[in-house]
Design a protein around this ligand. Structure first.
Ligand code: MN
Length: 145
């Protein structure tokens, strides 16, 4: 099977989807599912793209993410670290670790993300969680919720 790239980070017969069904805890982000998972490799391969100024949800969950930056660069919170990630960088987001992606430049940030097909739902921060996160000034100025 080949999923043909048709240009500009779109793939043949792959619909451009909303990042999540609903909510206002994210901004300017789209999702494409490039592979739905296979019998003996139970994971999904997705491509997310965040437009300038946009961000993913600040969340954590038990499942892990394996991310490869394909397009542009941007800032990524993983735990209490903020990384500036560039094209071809690989990011690992461990279980139960706060994370958020932001397109901080004036061009899109696009990345592949591999996840288990069977996975738990993300948890968003409570006010108490936010208070804890904000104890780190760098994190405080980074996060969007
Ligand atoms: Mn996540």
């Amino acid at each position: 099977m080949l999923v043909r790239h048709t240009g500009d980070f779109r793939w043949e017969n792959v619909p451009l989807l909303a990042y999540k069904e609903e909510g206002s805890h994210f901004k300017n982000i789209s999702r494409q599912v490039l592979c739905e998972g296979l019998a003996d490799l139970s994971c999904q391969l997705r491509y997310f793209e965040i437009l300038p100024g946009g961000h993913s949800t600040l969340e954590h969950h038990h499942h892990v993410h394996l991310v490869v930056i394909l397009r542009g660069d941007g800032d990524v919170l993983i735990g209490d670290e903020i990384y500036h990630a560039r094209e071809n960088d690989v990011l690992v987001i461990p279980p139960q670790t706060w994370h958020q992606f932001r397109a901080t430049a004036d061009y899109p940030l696009g990345f592949l993300c591999i996840v288990n097909t069977e996975r738990d739902r993300p948890t968003r921060p409570s006010e108490a969680d936010l208070e804890l996160l904000r104890q780190n000034p760098e994190v405080a100025s980074f996060i969007r919720s």
